[in-house]
Design a protein around this ligand. Structure first.
Ligand code: GUN
Length: 326
């Protein structure tokens, strides 16, 4: 399969740049059967499919998908994520609107913005970037969003419909993960999947999606968290590991079964004196030690993060085409 071959070659080129020759030769032997799940390549492929659909929609229906993003405060990571969402919209021909407000914006002001976006017929979907400043109740904000425009899939109506297997906007990160599995033909039926982390936006929904009937799904899922007893033992039973705990390099090599599929959702910044910026990004998995044991693994960066943005675009196109709700 072209995608898979390309992923192997990319991983070797990528590794070669940061290891000396003998180390690289050993590593290359170890990873002979490991494939990188290349979120960059995949999201570029999906984005060109979306761009072609936008052209068709414009020509045939005179419509252009329009995503709005609300960003309150100065959280540096949120600014990076929102900018990447807006840039991706531009790249594929969507309209986008960024609404920025300062840290001291009141909750009623945010709720007013949401109401006007709910009522604006030109906006197909919108997101309110989380986390919000402490004085704003995220639950109240999520509930205020019209579920028909909730392209983040965070509203309880979408979450409940997803859990029941009804058409719904799926939360972007889990949607990106299942789309990645689908496009790489990762086998899921009857597999044991261990999810590390039970957040509302990743751990819990991915555990639901992978245990649903059909493909990708039909997994037996264990959802683990901070109170799980002997977490390494649970992870060792996994054919598929989804790490979404938000702790840098948390999942260790001796926790992972030979041949497992490892999906790393983490995006953590750690100090690195060798970098100009003094820091680098790592996932929730100890990649260098874990990768040689895997059949497939997502890199960080270049894995799930890019698929999250792409999934948001897929939801926005669905909203514009009224595929989920009339
Ligand atoms: N913060 C972290 N991930 C997300 C996301 O997918 N959507 C929003 N709105 N905020 C986030």
């Amino acid at each position: 399969m072209m995608l898979t071959e390309r992923a192997t070659i990319d991983s070797r080129n990528w590794r070669a740049g940061c290891m000396n020759e003998p180390d690289f030769a050993t590593f290359a032997r170890q990873i002979e059967h490991m494939q990188l799940l290349d979120g960059k390549l995949l999201s570029e492929n999906i984005k060109s499919e979306l761009a072609a659909e936008v052209d068709l929609l414009r020509e045939r229906k005179g419509k252009i998908p329009h995503l709005a993003a609300v960003l309150v405060g100065e959280n540096p990571a949120s600014q990076v994520y929102v900018n990447s969402k807006i840039r991706s919209c531009e790249q594929i021909g969507f309209k986008s609107t960024l609404i920025r407000r300062p840290e001291d914006t009141s909750e009623p002001e945010v709720l007013d913005i949401i109401q006007s976006l709910n009522e604006d017929p030109d906006i197909d979907g919108f997101i309110v970037q989380l986390p919000l400043p402490k004085h704003i109740n995220e639950e109240k904000v999520t509930l205020a969003i019209d579920h028909r425009k909730d392209v983040d899939g965070f509203h309880p109506v979408n979450f409940g419909r997803m859990a029941q297997g009804l058409p719904a906007f799926l939360p972007a990160t889990p949607y990106g993960i299942v789309e990645m599995m689908r496009r790489y033909n990762i086998e899921t039926s009857g597999k044991h999947c261990v999810v590390v982390g039970r957040s509302n936006i990743v751990g819990t929904p991915i555990s639901i999606l992978l245990s649903r009937k059909g493909y990708p799904g039909d997994c037996t899922v264990t959802l683990t968290h901070s109170r799980t007893k002997d977490l390494p033992a649970e992870v060792r039973r996994a054919d598929i590991v989804v790490a979404a705990i938000g702790i840098p390099q948390f999942v260790k090599a001796d926790w992972v079964k030979e041949g497992a599929v490892v999906i790393d959702v983490g995006i953590n910044r750690i100090p690195d004196a060798s970098k100009k910026s003094g820091a680098r990004l790592v996932g929730d998995v100890d990649f260098d030690a874990v990768a040689p044991k895997c059949s497939y693994i997502t890199p960080v960066p270049g894995g799930v993060g890019l698929m999250t943005v792409t999934a948001l675009l897929m939801n926005t196109l669905k909203a514009c085409k009224k595929e989920i709700y009339q």
